[in-house]
Design a protein around this ligand. Sequence first.
Ligand code: ZN
Length: 412
Amino acid sequence: MLIICGVFGAMILSGFNKTEKEETTHKKKIKSSLFGFDLNQFHFDDYPINSNMFLSDVLVYEGIPFKKIVQIENNSKDIFSTRNFKAGKQFTLVRPDECSSPVCMIYEPDDFSYVQYFFNDRGTIQQVEKSQEVCVETVSGVIEGSLWDAMTSRGLSPALIDKMEDALSSSVDFYHTQKGDKFYLIYEDLYVEGEKVGVGNVIGARYENERGNHFAVYYENDRYQGHYDLEGRPTKNAFLRAPVKYSRISSRFSYSRFHPIKKRRIPHLGTDYAAPKGTPIYSVADGVVEKASYARNNGKYVKIRHDNTYQTQYLHMNGFAKGIKRGTYVKQGQIIGYVGQTGLATGPHVCFRFWKNGKQINHLRENFPPADPLPQDEMSDYFTQRDITVDLLNEIPEPVNMKRSQAAFLAE
Ligand SMILES: [Zn+2]
């Protein structure tokens, strides 16, 4: 069951029809039941699952006859097998009162559903979808230090930071954010049974910096899906700007750099991104793996061909992701390996190399050919959605300077 709530919920359901906009607020419901059982009538016990635990031992101890346990195990195969219970998770036993044997066992395979195993005559088992809600939220912020600080101080999740950066990646350089830059977002929060489980789409984004206003509008139908600018061009780059997230550039592309290990000036034909060991490394674009191997200086590295013009290379990996080998087809944003310091490296980082027609170039200076806009026959639908989204973005109140407001609060 999918419920959409929030200020813009009604509008989105009706295909952005502004006249049907409803001013409702998201209120967390007070729970009266858990896993379909009345909270006032039943007793719930959680059992953490560890790897050397036998489910049957626990159930026998709880007074369930062995025959019943076998029946439940057999019946569960077609729905969700009790053999697939994972260590680190838990199951719950439900009983009518504290002292009686359980009438039902509950397991949650994921955030979105739970499985009921009834200890009744037939050993009934069913998987129940939890009710889901999508709440549309808006936020604005101003950068005082880093974008990360500006967003996390407003309670926004790293996943949302990622999604905003993605949505605006062709027009905003998030490695060079400036004090005073402002962002305005319309985005979805996902709730399951009243609990926030993650963020959904960025519906609209506006980023204001010294170069002006940059917009990303989410547009979706059966043929197109993604973020577009005011003219209907995709706002996602053909290439990600960096192969790791939340990293910093520790060494830039240069034809003459003092090498920290070799102690002399030699060209550095890559861009180094420092990140903790084990951080995922992403392919910056779709392509085919040409090499996933080891060399003395490069350490473990991957080289990917994207088209006739461009190749990328990722050095000093700790290890490759599963399935990454010569000939593997990879998508943009797919994990290809993990940050390490194999080969000639002073600390964990990725040395990222960008090749154009067989020559290494500075990808941060490269002007990639812009992607094609939406076709003409799509434009009038797109413009309708664009205008509504931009209006809503413009209605978001100006951001408050968090540092200044905290100082004012402390001074009071
Ligand atoms: Zn390097």
